[in-house]
Design a protein around this ligand. Sequence first.
Ligand code: XUL
Ligand code: CO
Length: 442
Amino acid sequence: MEFFPFVKEKILFKGPEAKEAFAFKYYDADRVVLGKTMKEWLPFAMSWWHNLGAAGTDMFGGNTMDKSWGVDKEKDPMGYAKAKVDAGFEFMQKMGIEYYCFHDVDLVPECDDITVMYERLDEIGEYLLKKQQETGIKLLWATSNCFGHRRYMNGAGSSNSAEVYCFAAAQIKKALELCVKLGGKGYVFWGGREGYETLLNTDMKAELEHIAQLFTMARDYGRKIGFTGKFYIEPKPKEPTKHQYDFDSATAIGFLKAHGLENDFQMNIEANHATLAGHTFQHELRVSADAGMLGSIDANEGDFLLGWDVDRFPADVYSATFAMLEVVRAGGLTGGFNFDSKNRRASNTYEDMFHAFILGMDTFALGLLNAAAIIEDGRIDEFVKARYATFHEGIGAKIDAKQATLEECAAYALDKKVCADPGSGAEEKYQEILNQILFGKK
Ligand code: XUL
Ligand code: CO
């Protein structure tokens, strides 16, 4: 069955002048930018949950979209799960998207009995593998949803109940096996309920130790069954939990280092989570990259006026430009760009699903082209280098090489008597240069 007959063939690059709706204006998969093709810089992925599952429900109202894929989920759960796979692969093939991502419960309807879940996941795993072989589409990352089921009301790895903890372990074990079977590049942990509502009832130290132990066991089991990819933590400060333990990259990186997990784990940075943490997307990427732990990206954006995770498709070219500067400077990602983004509730047609992905892919393609232009122009990089020139010689070089003492630094200052001006930060000048590079001739 064809789900999206209005898109006849694979959507192609038609260029910035094109007026056709179903065409890329900037994403040109084989165009070489800074030595790699756009496709290599931008391994895009479709998120199973939003694109094939989310039907427009919000806190105040039910579905606005039809994501039943022609099957009654209650009567025929596996028929529904397979129709969803068919729809997903048709969508990805038409979009030219080569990767997908899922939670266990996105693939098959969730039920209380975990042995039934295991059977369902085995069956869908076979079906997915066959589809992957037929189409060449690959798995970017897998994860387990250890936050939706009522048993996780007090957390999963951070639950007060060891039994709940073991159910989370069982879900992670199965999802890892599925990830290995499907050749997934990565495995994600997002701790939606790993945190607390009030410290009044919480043993924070114990909860953090338990989470670290769960990651360690997952790492060990993954390596044992042949998983060679990276584990990713996806920081988020809040929502649904009031305080989430993997608050932001700096917090998550510190946590991983404290528990000896830094070689196996990296960050999966989500743009909207960064803004919820009070950071820019670029900040989170920079912190991760500087620690050598920039792994993957969940591409979306928030809203200035709304304080929650709106998961809107990325349209902000400035933000994508700054993000791509970080990615390019880091030499690329070990993972890719998963559109953990959903259509607005009122964008409720299947056509809107395609428009959303064209928007997201073109936004990041523009970001990449802009990042390349900034790097090739060189003025901004040169200025940043020049700002730190005093650390390239004399006492500065000694400080940089970690060879100076406090006494030496103080002696230097006393010798100078009065401090020289550190130089203008020239923010406006370089913002102007940025706009010139970005927008050029008009
Ligand atoms: C929630 C979120 C998740 C993770 C995977 O905010 O981003 O969908 O990406 O669990
Ligand atoms: Co996400």
